[in-house]
Ligand binder design. Structure first.
Ligand code: ADQ
Length: 461
């Protein structure tokens, strides 16, 4: 069996509980093949030379972890700059938030070259290489330039926008050419795959060879939609563990006379948080029977705090929450509980289970795993209702959720009211359908189907 090599911006020790479902799922595959996980160490070296970084090797059970430090200059240009200041906003359809600073692209290339150089020293000829996400689009091209002949696959965790948006990136042609150095490109959904197909045919004159194979720049790449899932059994187990149980009991006691609406995400502008608060305010105005009862528990964990757009969002959230509580709150009822912190992974299921309605309303999201975790954590005898944005990748397949357009404040408020009013038989029927879906396409299915497609793809080397 070939060894699996996973490359991603950050590396997690798969043995640690905090690592999360993705790390555990990749950890399984790495473990069985005696694999290697390569990425940035998370260390930023002040005054370090650009394009240089020390390589650290560590054994984590059967898995080898290889990480590289970054100089402060590279971190600023590659991570904060090009990855999160250009690619993240543009791929989430937010051209207005992109900063096309000419220095960023140099750092992005430099770090991908650094990774390729270091990784080459660790590769074996029959390795299978799986590269993850927007930080590393040119990695395969850099590896190929250094002689790598292994199979290389890429999975994009975030959306791929339509051609008209992609082409606003000054280096979009270079990025597109780099994608053709892979043997397999995986996207979250059919919409992303279609965007890719139209984009490469229109901009590169790529030939559609059928079966989602495209030929351009003297290479052939196979593309596919591989919607990521969660480990449903692991999550169900977490739901019954002590930490989740404690959380559930505490919340149930505290909110015994209320209906909890729950939001959980990183504080990111793609997640539609201000829009959600405005919708909640509209709900209270339009359906006053919710006054004194409906409580929005909004957990938003700190994310990319050293970027201006994120601190602006933090301020906006604080002011919106304050205004709603000030206008609608009573001495014995606060409409919004806003917590700007991480919740321990083991406690999350308890929170999901106590919620009557989950609000998963991103403006744009590759998939959204919170939606799936919420479903997995419900009590099938008395499940909560999932209100899901039509712009989350998850909406392509989660039939049974109530879909909303998060830009439509009034319409979304109506749908939330419908969720709050939904009777038990309908809640149960919807939940059953949702649970069946997340079980069919869980994280193991995702990994197997991607790796199988990669093993079958013709190699570009
Ligand atoms: P994210 O944008 O981070 O992921 P998501 O898919 O929802 O979004 O995953 C977030 C994970 O972090 C979930 O497992 C969730 O439980 C956890 N989490 C979020 N907020 C938390 C909090 N406050 N406290 C504790 N845990 C929290 C990117 C893409 C998504 C895609 C995933 C996986 O943007 O579209 O679904 O990768 O491919």
């Amino acid at each position: 069996m070939s060894r699996l090599v996973v490359v991603s911006n950050r590396v997690a020790d798969p043995r640690k509980a905090a690592a999360g479902g993705l790390a555990v799922a990749l950890g399984d595959a790495l473990h069985t093949t005696g694999g290697l996980w390569f990425g940035w160490s998370g260390h930023v070296v002040e005054g370090g030379a650009a394009g240089e970084g020390e390589l650290h090797l560590q054994q984590a059970g059967g898995v080898k972890l290889a990480t590289v430090d970054l100089s402060a200059e590279d971190h600023a240009g590659y991570y904060l700059g090009y990855s999160n200041g250009v690619l993240w906003p543009v791929f989430h359809y937010r051209l207005d938030l992109a900063r096309f600073d000419a220095d960023y692209i140099g750092a992005y290339r430099r770090v991908n070259q650094l990774f390729a150089r270091k990784l080459m020293t660790l590769l074996k000829p029959d390795d299978i290489i799986w590269v993850h996400d927007y930080h590393l689009i040119p990695l395969a091209a850099e590896l190929r330039a250094r002689g790598a002949r292994q199979r290389i696959g890429f999975f994009l965790h975030i959306p791929l926008p339509p051609q008209q948006i992609m082409t606003a990136i000054p280096q979009h042609e270079w990025l597109m050419r780099a994608m053709f150095a892979y043997d397999l490109l995986g996207f979250q959904g059919e919409a992303d795959l279609q965007n890719f197909s139209r984009y490469v045919q229109a901009e590169a004159g790529a030939e559609d060879l059928g079966d989602n194979r495209f030929r351009a720049f003297n290479s052939t790449v196979k593309a596919g939609a591989f919607p990521i899932g969660i480990d449903v059994d692991e999550f169900a187990e977490l739901t019954h563990a002590r930490e989740a149980g404690d959380m559930y009991e505490r919340m149930r006691e505290e909110y015994s006379r209320r209906k909890i609406l729950l939001g959980v995400e990183r504080l990111d502008y793609s997640k539609g948080l201000p829009q959600r608060l405005r919708t909640f305010k509209a709900l209270l105005k339009k359906y006053p029977e919710n006054l004194g009862s409906a409580t929005l528990v909004q957990i938003a964990s700190p994310s990319r705090e050293d970027m201006g757009t994120y601190s602006d969002l933090r301020q906006e959230m604080e002011s919106l929450c304050g205004a709603i509580n000030g206008d609608f709150g009573e001495l014995d009822w606060m409409p919004v509980r806003y917590i700007h912190r991480n919740v321990a992974r083991k406690r999350l299921p308890g929170l999901y289970r106590v919620a009557r309605v989950a609000l998963v309303t991103p403006l744009r999201d590759g998939m959204n795993l919170v939606a799936k975790e919420f479903i997995a954590a419900q009590d099938p005898a008395d499940p909560g209702v999932l209100v899901l944005s039509r712009f989350a990748g998850a909406a392509e397949r989660l039939e049974g959720a109530l879909l909303v357009n998060p830009y439509d404040t009034d319409g979304s408020a109506d749908t939330i009211q419908q969720a709050l009013q939904m009777q038990l038989p309908e809640r149960q029927a919807r939940h059953q359908r949702l649970l069946a879906q997340i079980r069919t396409q869980d994280v193991h299915w995702w990994r197997h189907s991607f790796l199988q497609a990669l093993a079958e793809a013709p190699v570009n080397a």
